[in-house]
Write a protein that binds this ligand. Structure first.
Ligand SMILES: NC(=O)C1=CN([C@@H]2O[C@H](COP(=O)(O)OP(=O)(O)OC[C@H]3O[C@@H](n4cnc5c(N)ncnc54)[C@H](OP(=O)(O)O)[C@@H]3O)[C@@H](O)[C@H]2O)C=CC1
Ligand SMILES: CC(=O)N[C@@H](CCC(=O)OP(=O)(O)O)C(=O)O
Length: 346
């Protein structure tokens, strides 16, 4: 199948390029960027020299339609909602990595993204692409809304217990997130400069992060209960990686081993989610450059609070490789196709 990427000069785009290049069932045909069109890809990314000789093109709807079967959008919020519908209409598989089609209620998009939502019919049509929770739906869809990076880590970390009946929903779900600077994308920003981010750790967007309604929407869908999410993200001095520490109030005292077993059972058929033991909690380096999400738990027996540690690489399971996992499902290919890589360590 022939693949195109809109937003190919960004971090999500180049991570897609790396992984799609190694995929046996697709060929990279068309790379689109708005400001670097006309340049060779290697002018933006010298590490691809001698590997991929493709130009970065401007956006041309007819050219894209005639050249590709599958189209990825790795563009800022607000772009795919304008561009994707006409490709969906023409039968081109579309996978959007932005937040444009994640929130099913347009009013929530308006409130949190401060922009006009996509038309309702396309919000309804887009399938939320978190494979471990919505594998069957994804397999029947050709229009995928890839989850946000923090929601991927947080929802995979919470899903088994949210469905268990063990949670006391009178308490909010509390999520502490930590991420590296690549989460902010490749465009220059003062707070992401080495001198600002190095040897520094700071909280940001407290109470106002766009991933809050996305987490609440999916948490309610899988638990059947509406529960507010408190989400506090932090920027830490690393390039890649997300670590979420999630605090969940349980109804009653329950042993660590029982909850760990619950998690192991829940993910027993999911190659990309690895449940860890209490004395072996996951770290961001354990999943670096891969599609893995590693999860570990701990229970405070005095308060009955469950702490879940969930780690991913924001650019892979949080974006590009999860999008490829979705592409595999949409096309009926083995989910691991092209994604079977060992984490880079150390
Ligand atoms: N970085 C991450 O960890 C994650 C990112 N995402 C989401 O993925 C999307 C891409 O993120 P990321 O790659 O980090 O961002 P970058 O800023 O690194 O890249 C954005 C890309 O979009 C292109 N672009 C911008 N505006 C337009 C436009 N109007 N038409 C065509 N192309 C355009 C840019 O090209 P040019 O510079 O030439 O304008 C660039 O190639 C965002 O929605 C982001 O929120 C999701 C999960 C994780
Ligand atoms: C460090 C940093 O700024 N990270 C970004 C990551 C979110 C992101 O990439 O946005 P979507 O996944 O919703 O598209 C942030 O917290 O806004």
């Amino acid at each position: 199948m022939k693949v195109g990427i809109i937003g190919a000069s960004g971090y999500g785009g180049v991570e897609l390029i790396r992984n799609l290049y190694q995929h046996p069932n697709v060929s990279l045909e068309l790379l689109v960027s708005s400001s670097t069109q006309g340049e060779q890809l290697t002018a933006q990314f010298p590490h691809l020299h001698g590997i991929l000789a493709l130009p970065l093109d401007g956006f041309d709807e007819n050219e894209i339609r005639s050249q590709v079967d599958i189209l990825f959008f790795t563009t800022p919020a607000g772009v795919a909602k304008e561009l994707a519908p006409s490709f969906v209409e023409k039968g081109i598989q579309c996978i959007d990595l932005s937040g444009d089609f994640r929130l099913k209620r347009g009013s929530l998009y308006k409130e949190w993204y401060k922009d006009t939502p996509a038309p309702k019919e396309y919000l309804d049509l887009a399938t939320y692409g978190l494979p471990e929770l919505y594998r069957d739906k994804i397999g029947k869809s050709t229009f995928i809304s890839n989850p946000g990076c923090y929601p991927t880590a947080a929802l995979l970390g919470m899903a088994p217990v949210l469905q268990s009946g063990l949670v006391n929903f009178s308490m909010p779900l509390i999520i502490d997130g930590k991420t590296g600077v690549s989460g902010a994308g490749r465009k220059p920003a003062k707070g992401m400069m080495f001198s600002e981010a190095n040897e520094n750790t700071k909280a940001y967007k407290l109470g106002g992060h766009r991933h809050v309604p996305e987490m609440e929407q999916i948490a309610a869908d899988i638990s059947g209960m509406d529960s507010p999410v408190i989400f506090n993200p932090h920027l830490v001095p690393m390039t890649r990686g997300i670590l979420c520490t999630i605090y969940i109030q349980l109804h009653e005292t329950i042993k660590h081993g029982e909850v760990n077993q619950l998690y192991e059972n829940f993910y027993q058929d999911d190659y990309f989610v690895r449940v860890r033991t209490e004395n072996n909690l996951p770290a961001t380096k354990d999943v670096y450059g891969t599609n893995f999400c590693d999860i570990g738990i701990s229970i405070d027996q005095r308060t009955n609070v469950l702490s879940v540690i969930s780690v991913i690489d924001n650019l892979t399971k949080g974006a590009a490789t999860q999008a490829i996992q979705n592409m595999n499902l949409v096309n009926g290919w083995n989910e691991q196709t092209g994604l079977d890589v060992v984490p880079v360590y150390p």
